[in-house]
Design a protein. Structure first.
Length: 334
C-alpha cells in the first residue's frame, strides 16, 4: 500500500512517497511512485491492457507477477508524467492504493473467483483495514422503523460485548446507513464498502463518510470514479458485495429483499449471503416483524427473503434472541 509520508520534504517528493511491501521472496522491497502508478493504470484500463499483456484475468496476472515471469518495472512504459501527478493528487486527498500483492489486501478477497468474476487488481482506500474483528450488517434500503431500531440494538450489544468490533456495511440507504450511524453513536469503528470512492454514494451520506474516517474507520472501493453508464453503475453496486463478504467474519442480515430478474432470484444481498455460506462463514438473518412492506410501487417481501436464506443455510434469530446472537458472534471472533 502507498500512503503519504508524515515527514514530507518538498525537496524530495518522490522519496516522500516511497513505501514497502512484501516481495515474492517474502523480503521487503521498495514500491515507488511509478510502481503504484502502474498498478493504478493497469486497473483503470484493465479490459484493454489484459489483452495486450496476454493475461485472462487478475489471478492470471498475479501468478505471473509472483512467478517472476513479469515485473511491475517491465510496465513502466505504461505510465506518463500525467499519471504520476494523478497519483500524487490522490495521495494528497488521503487516498491509499492497495495492489493485490500488498499485505493489506484482504487475503480472502484475493481468493474470490466465481464464474467470470475475479478479485479486483487494486483497492482504493481512505483509512485503514487493519481491524480484524469485522462483522457485516446489511439489509434493504426499503426498511421499516422497526428494522432500524433493531439494527441499533444489535450494534449496541456488539459494541458492549466486543469493544474492538468493527461494523462493515455497503453504506447504502436504509439498514446499512443505520448500522454506520449506530457504530459512530456507540464509539465503534465502521468500514463502508462503496461502489466508487471519489464521490460518496448515496450523496446524503457524504458527511457520514467523513465521520467514519475521522473516527478511525475506513472507506474502501475497487473503483475511484462513478461510471458513465447505468449498466456499469449497477455492476459496481453489485460487485461491492463480494468485498463486504470477504473482509467480514460473519454477516447479519436485517430486512432483506429478494428480487426477480427474468424469473430468477437476484440481488446483492442474495449473492453476498451465498458467497459467505460457500466460504463456511456464519450468516444470521433477523426474523422480520412484517411479512411484506409496500414502498411506492415496490413490494418488499421480507418473510419470503427470510425463509429463502434460512433454507439455504443462514441462521434465523428473533429480536428476543439478540443475546444469543451476540454469544455466537463472540465464539466466531474467538
Amino acid at each position: 500500500m502507498i500512503r503519504t509520508n508524515s515527514h514530507f520534504n518538498s525537496e524530495n517528493k518522490d522519496n516522500a512517497y516511497t513505501i514497502h511491501r512484501s516481495s515474492v521472496e517474502g523480503e521487503l522491497d521498495s514500491m515507488t511512485m511509478k510502481d503504484i502508478a502502474v498498478w493504478h493504470k493497469l486497473w483503470t484500463d484493465w479490459d484493454r491492457l489484459k489483452s495486450k499483456l496476454g493475461v485472462e484475468n487478475t489471478i492470471d496476472f498475479l501468478k505471473r507477477i509472483q512467478s517472476g515471469a513479469l515485473k511491475i518495472s517491465d510496465l513502466y512504459y505504461l505510465v506518463s508524467d500525467e499519471n504520476i501527478e494523478e497519483i500524487k493528487s490522490l495521495l494528497s486527498k488521503g487516498i491509499s492504493i492497495v495492489p493485490i500483492t500488498s499485505p493489506e489486501y484482504p487475503p480472502e478477497l484475493k481468493e474470490y473467483i466465481t464464474g467470470s468474476i475475479y478479485p479486483p487488481l487494486v483497492l482504493y482506500l481512505r483509512g485503514s483495514l487493519e481491524a480484524n474483528k469485522r462483522i457485516a450488517i446489511v439489509g434493504t434500503r426499503f426498511c421499516t422503523n422497526w428494522g432500524r431500531s433493531v439494527t441499533r440494538k444489535i450494534v449496541r450489544k456488539l459494541v458492549d460485548s466486543i469493544p474492538d468490533v468493527t461494523i462493515v456495511t455497503g453504506f447504502a440507504r436504509g439498514i446499512d446507513t443505520e448500522a454506520v450511524k449506530a457504530s459512530l453513536d456507540f464509539n465503534a469503528r465502521a468500514i463502508g464498502v462503496l461502489p466508487w470512492l471519489m464521490s460518496i454514494y448515496p450523496l446524503r451520506n457524504e458527511r457520514l463518510a467523513e465521520q467514519v474516517v475521522e473516527r478511525g474507520g475506513a472507506l474502501v472501493s475497487e473503483n475511484l470514479y462513478e461510471p458513465a453508464s447505468s449498466k456499469e453503475i449497477k455492476q459496481c453496486l453489485f460487485l461491492r458485495n463480494r468485498i463486504i463478504s470477504s473482509i467480514s467474519k460473519a454477516i447479519i442480515v436485517i430486512e432483506a429483499r429478494l428480487q426477480y430478474v427474468k424469473g430468477k432470484i437476484s440481488g446483492g444481498a442474495m449473492w453476498q449471503v451465498e458467497y459467505a455460506l460457500k466460504k463456511n462463514k456464519k450468516v444470521f438473518i433477523l426474523k422480520p416483524r412484517y411479512k411484506a412492506y409496500k414502498r411506492g410501487g415496490i413490494w418488499v417481501n421480507y418473510e419470503e427473503a427470510y425463509k429463502y436464506f434460512v433454507k439455504n443455510g443462514a441462521i434465523g434469530f428473533s429480536e428476543s434472541e439478540i443475546e444469543g446472537l451476540i454469544d455466537h458472534i463472540k465464539e466466531i471472533l474467538n
